[in-house]
Structures are given as structure tokens and as C-alpha cells.
Design a protein around this ligand. Sequence first.
Ligand SMILES: NC(=O)c1ccc[n+]([C@@H]2O[C@H](COP(=O)([O-])OP(=O)(O)OC[C@H]3O[C@@H](n4cnc5c(N)ncnc54)[C@H](OP(=O)(O)O)[C@@H]3O)[C@@H](O)[C@H]2O)c1
Length: 298
Amino acid sequence: MRALIAGCGYLGTAVGSLLVKAGHEVIGLRRTEDASDELLRVGIIPALGDLTDIRSLESLSGKFDWVVNTVSSSRGGADVYRAVYLEGTQTMLEWLRGHPLKRYVYTSSTSVYGQTDGSTVDEDSDAQPATETGAILRATEDLLIQAANEGIPTTILRVSGIYGPERGHLFRQFVNGEARISGEGHRWMNMVHRDDVATAILAALEKGQSGRIYNCTDDVAVTQLEFLRWLSQQFNRPLPPSATEEAATRKKRGVTHKQVSNLRLKRELDWNPAFPSYREGYADDVNRICKGLGRTSA
Ligand SMILES: NC(=O)c1ccc[n+]([C@@H]2O[C@H](COP(=O)([O-])OP(=O)(O)OC[C@H]3O[C@@H](n4cnc5c(N)ncnc54)[C@H](OP(=O)(O)O)[C@@H]3O)[C@@H](O)[C@H]2O)c1
């Protein structure tokens, strides 16, 4: 297959590398040249361009069988979300109408589930986002479902918090002594290792259904407190202090509390995470950091 990874960053590079190893030809699109050497090292052909600009897409040569959209807002706010996800997807779809393909996969987010009651959510659960940015991702999904109804084979993955080499916000905060427990620490967190998202994308490209949504998260949601307790044991350090009330209130906006189910992805696409939980996923990082500190992990 010939594949385009639009927005070929942290996740996109891992996907591209997996596709290259499976024998596919992969082109990785991004706006800057910064990572071109990194892409070339894993066999991805770098292409410079902006997916929100149809001229960039038209200038890509040849036909693509698969397109994966892993563009991100690069930590921007609602305006950037709208430009990159919603308008970017509109542009991609406009381009695809003249370039038929076998599968388009988009990485949405589990932030589209606004539940705050700790319940388990699957793809049939209400997806009413709690934030403006979540609502933009949801509107982007709607565009893609509509496109599927019009014959463009789009598939959506709702991905939870991605961690992996050099990523994992709370983990890094803990290591740097900056982590804080929010409230009682009882909020559920849903996470997935980057390499497992890559295999889920490959499964969606090969076997995903058009217009279908699949949650992509590991096998265990974990409360913030349980995760921090585990880190405390691993590093033999005390639990971090609680957040100040002011910081907790600031963080509370848009904070959800839910356990995301991955059963559809497992049952329908035969996906199984190599890192079923944070324990396996962070094991290497923990060992490496402990080794640097001159001791073995718990
Ligand atoms: N990180 C998470 O926890 C998480 C959770 C759920 C879902 N997701 C989704 O997973 C996907 C991948 O996330 P990631 O962490 O891999 O993001 P990332 O590392 O920021 O990569 C995104 C890439 O997109 C490129 N890009 C940005 N705007 C572009 C544009 N207009 N045209 C072309 N390329 C553009 C960026 O490179 P240039 O700046 O060089 O263009 C960057 O390399 C995103 O769709 C994100 O919404 C992430």
C-alpha cells in the first residue's frame, strides 16, 4: 500500500515506522523540516506542506491507498483546534473527493466523552464534550461520518491520553517532583501507549469499517491516586502533596471522570495492546530512571 501520514509527529512517526516495517510505502506530511532526518531514519519519505491548504495536498504526487490524519493542535487553543481539526478535515475531504482511496483513519480523542460520574463509556455512550476543544473534535467526527455516508471510507479512533518514550505528563511531573494530587485523587485516568495506538491504526487501516468509531485505550483505567501510589512505590518516594484549592478549581474546568472501554476495538479489529496497563508501559522508563539513580525499581 501507499500511505500518507498527515501530521507526522510523535504518533504519526510511530505509525509510519510500523507501516514501513510491514512493507508499505509511507509519505509523512508536516509543515516544518525539523524532523525530516528522523522520518528518513525509519524509512518515511518526508513531505513539506500544510494540510489546511489544499494546494499542499494537490502538490503531493501519486495516488494513496491509505491516509492517516494524526495532525495535532500543538497545544494551541480553540482557534487552532478549529483550523487544524475541523477546517483541516474539510480540506482533506475536499482533496479526497478527487483522489479515491481505500481507507482514511482519523485520531480523535476520548475527550469527546464529557461524563463526570465515573461510569464506563463505550462508543454508544453519549459523547457530549465538556470543553469547547472537545466539541470541535466531535464536530470533526461528524464531518467524517457524513463523508463515510457519501462513500469516502473514513474510520475514527477515539484515543485516550498517549504516553511512551519522552511523553506522559503526570509521570514526568512525578519524576520532577511537581506532581500534585487533585482533590481525593479518585478521578479515573485513561491512557494508552503510543506503540499500541500505532497497531490500532494499522488494524483500522486493514480492517476498520467505514463510518465506525473505535475507542483506543489500554485495558485498565486507573485513578490518579492509584497511579501516583504505584510511582511512589517504584521510586521509593512519598506520595506527592495535594493541589492547592486554587489550582484544583482551575484544573476542574473540563475535567472528566469516566472509564473508557476498548472492547469494540478488541472484538472487531483483533487488537490487543502490548502494554495492557501503565505498569508494563512505564516499566522501561522506571528502570532506566532508577538505574540512573543507582538502584533497582521496586
Ligand atoms: N497526545 C495525546 O495524549 C492524544 C490523546 C488523544 C488523541 N490524540 C491525537 O493523536 C494525534 C497525534 O498526536 P501527537 O501527540 O502525535 O501530536 P504531535 O506530536 O504534535 O504531532 C502532530 C504533527 O502534526 C504536524 N502538523 C501540525 N499542524 C499541521 C498542519 N497544519 N499541516 C501539516 N502538519 C501539521 C506537526 O508538525 P509541524 O509543526 O512540523 O507541522 C506535528 O509533527 C492528534 O490527532 C491528537 O489529537 C493525542
